[in-house]
Design a protein around this ligand. Structure first.
Ligand code: UDP
Length: 362
């Protein structure tokens, strides 16, 4: 029997992380020709290479090197180049993750071929059409044949949009698989010591979402507030996303109380989260990881896709338009442990996804 072509489309930091547990499981499948396409959306060593090394992912087969261009140009170039690759080895299965421009481009390119398209983290909705991520995930869902969901909420979103229940698969959160895979390394890393921080006496912050970084006043008020919250005995520590760093460079804003560092590798980053008092973020993945590490978070957004965390008071939304509301939320999160329950499955998503892949190969 001829090997089937399985393409993996990745390009941004959270996608490398989501792919890692699957990479390990896919290795066990026979009769498969796995082709990893890295679009190049994230390309710095600390936004890309380090995750391949640390999470034991093989080097991408193809790197399209598309970055630092406008969204339209990026998605257009990606579709063109992915299509060219697909024509060399016709895809049987295409794997997509999350909601980035690379996800969108992979979905559109795959739609010209008679193949199965698997979308991991399907059905999430912010219902905010100003977010590029919302466009990306909606299009990816509608061009996919297999929709892997993390919980009931995204499943219901898909049903409301008319998806057949036969195309929806409850797998749980693949980031939990990854987290479990490296949990011991995270808990023993002690990154706070290397950064001269005191355990449970700092806040871990990340800001990178376009709605917060692309408006000068918004970014300025967020950083002014974080700087006010921060003090030498209880600093706010920010491993800064390159996109945020470049926007911040154009602003006059006092960051003198903050501890700002370069983006960290996965283990060091989550080690810092695990020894923090609480988290302030606009990241999608970090909302869940903070919960897995039993830390509460303040989410600097007007809405979130991870609504269960807000419902269970694991995360508290603070609309950056009313950034001063953050002060009311701090007492709700500071040094508060989460209850130990599992919203997003049991960390077996990769195995379930591989079973689905195998059923399509037969
Ligand atoms: N992350 C990391 N190092 C950092 C900051 C984040 O490894 O310095 C990880 C984090 O643990 C999470 C992922 O990157 O798994 C989140 O990526 P990001 O916030 O860029 O994207 P989003 O989740 O919002 O799509």
């Amino acid at each position: 029997m001829q090997n089937k072509n399985l393409y993996v489309i990745i390009g941004a930091r959270p996608q490398f992380i989501k792919y890692a547990p699957l990479a390990a499981e896919i290795k066990k499948i026979n009769n498969i020709n796995e082709i990893i396409i890295h679009t190049g959306q994230h390309y710095d060593k600390n936004m890309s290479g380090v995750f391949f090394e640390q999470l034991n992912i093989k080097e991408p087969d193809i790197n399209l090197n598309i970055n630092n261009v406008s969204r339209g140009e990026m998605v257009g170039e990606m579709i063109k180049k992915i299509d060219k690759e697909f024509k060399k080895n016709i895809p049987d299965i295409v794997l997509l993750f999350g909601d980035t421009n690379s996800t969108l481009a992979g979905a559109v390119a795959a739609s010209s071929f008679q193949c199965e398209v698997i979308h991991i983290e399907a059905g999430l909705r912010s219902f905010n059409k100003n977010m590029p991520e919302e466009h990306n995930r909606i299009v990816a869902d509608h061009l996919s044949s297999i929709l892997c969901v993390t919980s009931e909420e995204p499943k219901n979103n898909l049903k409301t949009e008319g998806f057949s229940k036969n195309s929806i698969f409850m797998t749980g959160d693949i980031m939990l698989d990854n987290f479990n895979m490296v949990k011991d390394r995270i808990l023993s890393a002690g990154m706070y010591k290397q950064m001269n921080l005191k355990k449970n006496s700092y806040v871990l912050g990340t800001i990178h979402r376009q709605e917060n970084t692309h408006k000068k006043n918004r970014l300025k008020s967020i950083f002014n507030t974080l700087n006010n919250i921060s003090n030498p005995n209880f600093p706010v520590v920010i491993p800064i996303h390159p996109a945020t760093k470049s926007k911040l460079g154009d602003l006059e804003v006092d960051t003198s109380n903050l501890v700002i560092c370069e983006p960290l590798d996965y283990i060091s980053f989550l080690s810092l989260v695990s020894d923090s008092s609480y988290v302030i973020t606009d990241s999608g993945g970090l909302q869940k990881e903070a919960y897995y590490l039993k830390k509460k978070s303040i989410v600097l957004r007007s809405e979130t896709e991870w609504v269960e965390l807000v419902d269970k008071r694991e995360s508290y939304l603070v609309d950056p338009k009313n950034i001063n509301d953050i002060y009311k939320s701090i007492d709700l999160v500071k040094d508060k442990k989460t209850d130990n329950f599992s919203i997003y499955g049991d960390g077996k998503a990769a195995k379930l996804i591989v079973k689905i892949i195998q059923s399509k190969l037969d």
